[in-house]
Design a protein around this ligand. Structure first.
Ligand code: SER
Length: 871
């Protein structure tokens, strides 16, 4: 079976068991602060498990792109060195939300593996949770009993909390699990050691392929387990491992998922895969990392210096480094592999097809940038070795500098050290790393108490803020949090007019008022579908009814900016072309920021054109038409574009300003008619990554103020000129005059220097056959070099020493005629080194010219004498 068929069979099987096939979530997690990347298929269902959101279907299945490179589940170090871990992998999963439980989950898994995929039953082992005293949990005898229906007892093994109690993160849904392992060793090895002894021992041929989790609990921040209202099934099977098994390979990388990438790489580097273990590791690492980087960028995450963007940058650099060191790629190569990946995966993941050009540009630019620092870092390393010729060990803090400033992974530094017969002081390196980690940990520090739940029966928040700016509200739950040393209270309401930050629109601010107290809402965010109000004060009487009131002025300004963003997006597509796609957007009450794909800088005319179109649309005063609950396919037919990396439900909200002009999928708040925006002005256009531009713009009174400020500047300039009507001409004239005058001054200075030179030369004395000139001069210090150079050219037997005093300090300059330099008799650099100590200074230079600076003015005559004596 090809990998394509294997994936298809999985989905068809669960479809035949009444599961709905749903799309996977985008890789980058946007609304869950406990998670950076999707690390399991169940992430997008977290709210359903916790009871915060209703399930749309009781049974679902899919394939989910997962990235395990940070947080609780991190496999990065294993990747490439073994043959069955990956940064990005596909997880095939099936879920039951309060529907079937252990019995069916086990039966389905068994049927699929043994009857559809025809895996030999004797090779399979299963584990179940063996209980844990510290958690006060007993063994999962129920799961064991169900397994006994399918598989002999000696293939069923109890497991520890570490292996058989699955948790998504430090907090959140969790439960006991049953894993299915497979023994892929040859028969003679199996005869020697039974497979059951090798389960969960990191044996490369006895590996886990599927995990069935019986979600029953919520892990709270205080460490305790809270039973969930319903019991759920969450399973995840490693698609790459399954493919390895079914294709009879011993490595995931030998399957048709990775082989095309590795073949391409082997070709490109002129190496053969399977001949040199270091090069093999490099090829595996690169093939793996390319997938992670390409898919994450396609899902809208650009490499950057923080957060998810930094993780992607590091993975990319890791790949470049492996290519540089082991495959001798000193030019960008990763981006060249992209077409292979697109060809192979494009059918199942169309985002990689439509984003190919952008992904390719971004990867190439990142590669170029890192290759530049890579060679700079190498230079720095060489310098270090020159400075420390006798060192046996590379200083740890220096290794950290290479890591921190030049992006050198420590193993690269170690490798380079080893080549020179040196070691690296790892203790020192770790110290540097630790202090950096502490810094970033402090930045991100957030601790939260457990929720105090007041209205357990209320499920989610009703949002009334599209039509109203105030309403009655009751507190459903709240908790105290500590972030960056500040205390806030997170408050969830039963209904709210407050817009929570999402889709790039800032959250509302305002107040919650009761008869007794006023709570200030400083921000509102969506976290796991909960609308969290960040409140400054602790609610003293949380059980009463509050009036929730949004700051109206601010909301209006935000709506202006958001609607203007839509008008501008449409204008950009008209002016620049339909390749323009939104890559990021942020609007608050001050301004709007919009990132989009476009491959060159916008010209002044293009910017002006966009402004003109938007302002014309504002004057047209187009009324908003906002449609709720439109089936996504229908919305697309109306002309709305879905963004990659965004999660959309089956039904969407569509915001329209003239169906012929702007139709967008959007959950934001907007102006009732475009006239309210009043005025639109672009204040900057810049590039933020290869192929991605950023516009910042302002609207309404902010735009008016911006224009006023510019006019004010103009007015001030004008008032300085007589010809007020034409200030541009006046400024141009001024610049021109200034240029003429500068040239005049330069001419005069040169003339002056010539006079001075002639005067000085008259003071030269004969020392043997040499004309020796030693003089103090009051030329500007910046001119001294020119003067000396000029003088030395006037005769071929001159040795000149000039001294210039400046603010209690002294400069010496020595110049020697070419003929004397060539004959090798005198060297200006050597003369200056010998006479500089007399002015308490130091210096050096070339054979024909040298300079020194010193602080003892009284030493000048001595310096002159010394020079003369040298001659
Ligand atoms: N969530 C479980 C895992 O990731 C099963 O999907 O292993």
């Amino acid at each position: 079976m090809t990998s394509l068929e294997i994936r298809k069979k999985f989905l068809e099987f669960f479809q035949s068991k009444q599961h709905t096939i749903v799309p996977g979530a985008p890789i980058v997690v946007k609304d869950d602060p406990t998670l950076m990347f999707v690390n399991a298929g169940m992430n997008q269902f977290k709210d359903i498990f916790l009871g915060n959101a209703p399930a749309k279907h009781p049974r679902v299945a899919n394939t989910q792109k997962c990235l395990r490179v940070s947080g609780k589940h991190n496999d990065l170090e294993e990747v490439g060195h073994d043959t069955y871990h990956h940064t990005l992998f596909e997880m095939l999963g099936n879920w039951s939300f309060g529907d079937y439980f252990k019995k069916e989950a086990i039966a389905y898994a068994w049927e699929l593996l043994t009857e559809v995929y025809h895996i030999n039953k004797d090779d399979l082992y299963v584990t179940y949770f063996g209980g844990d005293e510290t958690e006060n949990l007993s063994a999962d005898e129920e799961a064991k009993a169900h397994w006994l229906q399918h598989i002999p007892e000696d293939h069923i093994l109890p497991g520890s909390k570490k292996d058989n109690f699955w948790e998504m993160g430090e907090t959140g849904p969790c439960g006991p699990c049953s894993e299915i392992h497979i023994d892929l060793r040859p028969a003679d090895e199996k005869a020697k050691i039974p497979g059951k002894q090798l389960v969960n021992t990191d044996h490369p041929r006895v590996i886990e392929i599927w995990n069935l989790v019986f979600i029953e609990f919520n892990r709270l921040a205080n460490g305790s387990l809270e039973p969930l209202p319903q019991k759920h099934i969450d399973t995840g099977m490693g698609f790459e491992r399954l493919t390895m098994v079914l294709q009879g390979k011993t490595s995931n990388y030998d399957t048709d998922i990775f082989m095309p990438l590795i073949d391409f790489l082997a070709n490109l580097s002129g190496e053969k895969y399977g001949t040199d273990s270091k090069k093999d590791v490099a090829m595996r690492v690169i093939a793996d990392h390319l997938r992670a980087v390409a898919f994450t960028i396609a899902d809208g995450q650009l490499p950057s210096n923080t957060g998810a963007g930094y993780v992607i940058r590091r993975i990319l650099r890791r790949a470049v480094r492996y290519g540089f060191t082991f495959l001798h790629f000193d030019e960008p190569f990763l981006y060249k592999m992209l077409p292979v990946l697109v060809k192979q995966m494009g059918e199942i993941f169309p985002e990689i097809v439509s984003q190919e050009k952008l992904v390719s540009m971004v990867i190439k630019e990142e590669e170029e940038a890192f290759l530049r620092t890579l060679s700079q870092g190498l230079k720095r390393f060489e310098q270090y070795l020159e400075k420390h010729p006798d060192a046996k060990q590379i200083d740890g803090l220096f290794a950290f500098e290479l890591f921190d400033t030049y992006g050198f992974p420590i193993d690269l530094t170690q490798l380079m050290a080893q080549e020179k017969g040196l070691t690296v002081d790892m203790e020192g390196f770790k110290k540097g790393l630790e202090s950096q980690k502490n810094r970033s940990r402090k930045d991100a520090e957030k601790s939260a108490d457990d929720w105090i739940v007041l209205l357990p029966e209320v499920n989610g928040t009703t949002f009334v803020g599209y039509t109203r700016l105030s309403c009655e509200a009751r507190i459903v739950r709240y908790r105290k949090i500590q972030q960056k040393k500040q205390t806030f209270y997170e408050v969830v309401l039963d209904q709210t007019p407050f817009y929570a930050e999402s889709g790039g629109q800032a959250g509302d601010t305002g107040v919650l008022v009761s008869d007794i107290e006023t709570l200030h809402v400083v921000d509102v965010k969506n976290e796991n579908n909960l609308r969290i109000h960040y409140v400054k004060e602790a609610p003293q009487y949380p059980n009463v009814v509050f009036q929730a009131q949004v700051d109206e002025k601010k909301r209006t300004l935000i709506a202006n900016n958001h609607s203007a963003t839509h008008l501008m997006h449409a204008a950009l597509r008209r002016v620049l072309g339909t390749h323009v796609e939104q890559k990021g957007s942020f609007v608050d009450s001050h301004r709007l920021r919009f990132d989009f794909s476009h491959f060159s800088k916008m010209t002044e005319e293009e910017i002006k054109k966009v402004e003109q179109i938007v302002n014309a649309k504002i004057r047209e005063n187009i009324p908003a038409k906002i449609l709720q609950n439109v089936p996504i396919e229908e919305a697309k037919k109306m002309g709305a574009m879905a963004l990659f990396g965004e999660k959309y439900g089956d039904k969407v909200r569509v915001v329209i300003y003239d169906p012929e002009y702007s139709v967008e999928l959007c959950g934001g708040t907007h102006v009732p008619a475009t006239g309210q925006i009043g005025c639109f002005k672009i204040i900057s256009e810049s590039g933020i990554a290869a192929g991605v531009r950023r516009i910042e713009a302002v609207t309404a009174e902010t735009a008016e103020k911006y224009i006023d400020d510019q006019l004010e500047v103009l007015k001030k300039i004008k008032s300085n000129f007589k010809i007020q009507q034409n200030p541009v001409q006046a400024v141009e004239q001024l610049i021109q005059e200034n240029n003429t005058l500068r040239k005049e001054v330069e001419k005069l200075q040169k003339e002056q220097a010539r006079h001075l030179a002639a005067e000085l030369l008259g003071k030269a004395e004969k020392v043997k056959d040499v004309l020796f000139l030693a003089q103090k001069t009051d030329t500007d210090p910046s001119q001294v070099k020119n003067l000396v150079l000029q003088l030395r050219a006037t005769a071929d037997n001159l040795v000149i020493v000039l001294a210039v005093e400046n603010k209690g300090k002294v400069n010496l300059a020595v110049g020697i005629s070419d003929a004397l330099v060539k004959s090798g008799r005198y060297h200006a650099g050597e003369i200056i080194r010998k006479i500089a100590p007399m002015i308490k200074g130091g210096g050096g230079g070339q054979p024909h010219f040298a300079m020194a600076g010193g602080k003892d003015v009284s030493g000048i005559p001595q310096a002159f004498n010394a020079a003369k004596n040298l001659l």
